[in-house]
Design a protein around this ligand. Structure first.
Ligand SMILES: Cc1cc2nc3c(=O)[nH]c(=O)nc-3n(C[C@H](O)[C@H](O)[C@H](O)COP(=O)(O)OP(=O)(O)OC[C@H]3O[C@@H](n4cnc5c(N)ncnc54)[C@H](O)[C@@H]3O)c2cc1C
Length: 402
């Protein structure tokens, strides 16, 4: 996208570039590039998280008084874009983008003082306990129950597809505290420590062989009533606030554009079978150009949302548009990569990680080694955080007024 930045914005961009040049190590770049899982591995992601924390740049989307950067929407955009273009690892969204903003918006001063500094520093790793067997799209039907006993909530039930629960110190969970009222009105938002006898975590391996998601079982698990965010029964409004941030709070476009750039380079090196390179084939170039144009259009929508957030407004249902488009463009990039690589991509290495000293030698190029894993893992992008159909329902109702 061609943008006219002010001279202050250009100075800021240069500052970010200089910072990235001095702090983004080859190990981090390599780790980010060769991690084909959906979510960045904690060793790579948290190393980068701590570097940004020391710089004061880890939570650009938080209010300044809670530890945010106080950047303008344009500065946030520049930062995201420069990080993506430089190949920096994506940070885990669970603390910084999901529960962090909830605590900033709905937490008491005591809750803010207790939880926010440890999210910022990376001392606490979080997971998200929303989905349950039978309650995914229809989240409000969730059954995991919590009853107040003395000063504690006692929790029973289970959560499913819980990303990185096996790494987490805390889970933020939606629980049913009242089964007698309308289903949305009986839900409460609790913060629950993971390290306790009442919680067990069982891995769910994905079809690529990665272990990212889990089932989490609560059997008389406990958390102090002081760890309830908002009032009893307010959990549904808080859940919706969080989902809007999950769907649109982060920028998809810069990373999509970075992947498209890499694909364009790859196309220049893959023979077409009829003399030249695939990058010169007009049909392939047409498909690449379409995907680039859509990613650039998405970038403009994301800028508009950032501007809304800067005015103190909730991101709103247009985040569903971003989630829908961003995840679909990402999957088209994965498909184009497989097509470009042809039979070279027909491999599914099961060793992990694919970076660092213990990593297996790639068979063929690095792109060939990771393309299939990435393709398979990224099928989940149009499911998690609300499936495509659910996003379309939201757009139909709240944006189009149908
Ligand atoms: C990799 C991955 C990571 C995840 N991480 C987490 C996590 O950390 N924490 C967490 O809480 N959850 C997580 N999830 C769960 C995710 O949010 C749910 O999978 C998602 O909300 C869909 O719910 P479901 O799987 O129960 O499918 P269902 O709701 O059973 O949907 C099945 C199908 O029916 C369609 N459908 C459902 N309702 C409607 C409707 N009203 N109109 C039209 N079509 C409909 C859906 O689009 C889908 O195609 C993760 C999922 C994946 C795949």
């Amino acid at each position: 996208m061609d943008m006219d930045f002010s001279s202050q914005d250009i100075a800021f961009r240069n500052e970010v570039r200089a910072f990235l040049q001095n702090n983004l190590t080859d190990r981090l770049r390599d780790g980010a590039r060769r991690t084909p899982s959906v979510f960045v591995e904690p060793d790579i992601g948290m190393e980068w998280h701590r570097i940004l924390y020391r710089q004061g740049w880890v939570a650009p989307h938080w209010p300044k008084e809670d530890g945010g950067t106080g950047w303008s929407p344009t500065q946030k955009f520049i930062f995201e874009r420069e990080c993506a273009l430089a190949g920096a690892p994506a940070l885990s969204i669970l603390g910084l983008r999901l529960v962090g903003p909830v605590i900033c918006a709905f937490g008491t001063p005591e809750q803010k003082a207790r939880f926010l500094p440890r999210i910022l520093s990376g001392d606490d790793y979080w997971c998200q306990g929303y989905s349950e067997p039978g309650s995914g799209s229809d989240l409000a039907s969730l059954k995991t129950s919590a009853r107040l006993e003395g000063g504690d909530y006692v929790i029973n039930g289970s959560k499913i597809w819980t990303t990185h629960a096996h790494h987490a110190d805390w889970i933020f969970a939606l629980v049913r505290t009242d089964a007698t009222v309308k289903k949305q009105a009986g839900i409460t938002f609790l913060l629950v420590p993971m390290d306790q006898p009442g919680i067990s975590v069982t891995p769910i391996p994905s079809m690529s062989g990665d272990h990212e998601v889990n089932a989490v079982f609560f059997t008389d698990a406990r958390t102090s009533a002081e760890n309830r965010i908002g009032a009893e029964g307010q959990g549904w409004s808080i859940a919706k606030f969080l989902l809007e941030n999950e769907r649109g709070g982060s920028c998809y476009a810069p990373r999509l554009l970075q992947s498209i750039g890499r694909l364009e380079q790859l196309a220049q090196t893959q023979p077409s079978g009829s003399g030249g390179m695939i990058g010169h084939d007009p049909r392939f170039r047409d498909r690449l150009a379409r995907v680039r144009l859509e990613a650039e259009a998405l970038e403009i929508t994301e800028l508009r949302i950032l501007a809304e957030l800067a005015k103190g407004r909730a991101p709103g249902p247009q985040t569903s548009l971003v989630k829908l488009l961003g995840s679909n463009i990402g999957q088209r990039i994965d498909t184009l990569r497989l097509e470009l690589l042809g039979p070279d991509a027909l491999q599914l290495p099961l060793e992990r990680p694919l970076y660092g000293n213990e990593a297996p030698e790639p068979v063929g190029s690095e792109d060939a080694q990771t393309a299939m894993i990435q393709y398979l893992n990224n099928r989940a992008a149009t499911i998690f955080g609300g499936s495509d159909e659910v996003q379309k329902n939201i757009i139909a109702k709240t944006v189009l007024g149908l």
